[in-house]
Design a protein around this ligand. Sequence first.
Ligand code: GTB
Length: 217
Amino acid sequence: MIPTITAFKQSPDRGRGLARDMRVRWALEEVGQPYKVRLVSFTEMKEPAHRVLHPFGQIPTYEEGDLALFESGAIVFHIAERHAGLLPDDANARARAIAWMFAALNTVEPPILDLSNAKMVEGDKPWAEERLPLVRDRIRARLGQLSACLDDADWLDGAFSAGDLLMVSVLLRLGMSGVLDEYPNLAAYVARGEARPAYKRAFDAQLAVFTGQPQTG
Ligand code: GTB
């Protein structure tokens, strides 16, 4: 059965691949699972038809037969469990890869999201400038720990896994902030993720929504 995911009809990031449908597309591409995309507007996201799929009125969602899922992490986990390629077979290695999935979403992503909010949502507040260094330092604390843990390895724990897929996706949100460049091994780690053919296919697919260009290849 071909699953259907949802993505922004009007991508606020102008196709830079930062919205959370990207990580789901990437997981589907990694395992070679074709998928359909239903584009939803901000208005449609808040309507009952979409809220049945997503209680918070957001993207992405995932539908496959009787199953409807929300939360990008849960969707990536579902894909990784149902297909080979994103989680190791060895039980302990699998548990560690899942721990990295949670670490990406629960430990590393929150301070990075805080920086986005500090700039985009709170940027006009009188205290915004004063708060930014604190927010950046909280990110640095996490990146320093992650950098030490990755050391000179290609991936976080052996072969590329769903943990790396989510960690790279989360780190990409740092974008133009320059913070990632302070940790060359993490910058190289993200570049390795972006260089994966599955990442590129997913990126091109989400970009095509914005440019209106049909996908090639
Ligand atoms: N925890 C949920 C998950 O991981 O799936 C979070 C889902 C979420 O935040 N979805 C966002 C959304 O639907 C899109 S990805 N927002 C609309 C709303 O809440 O009304 C977040 C996002 C938005 C915009 C950019 N950007 O422009 O760069 C990047 C990421």
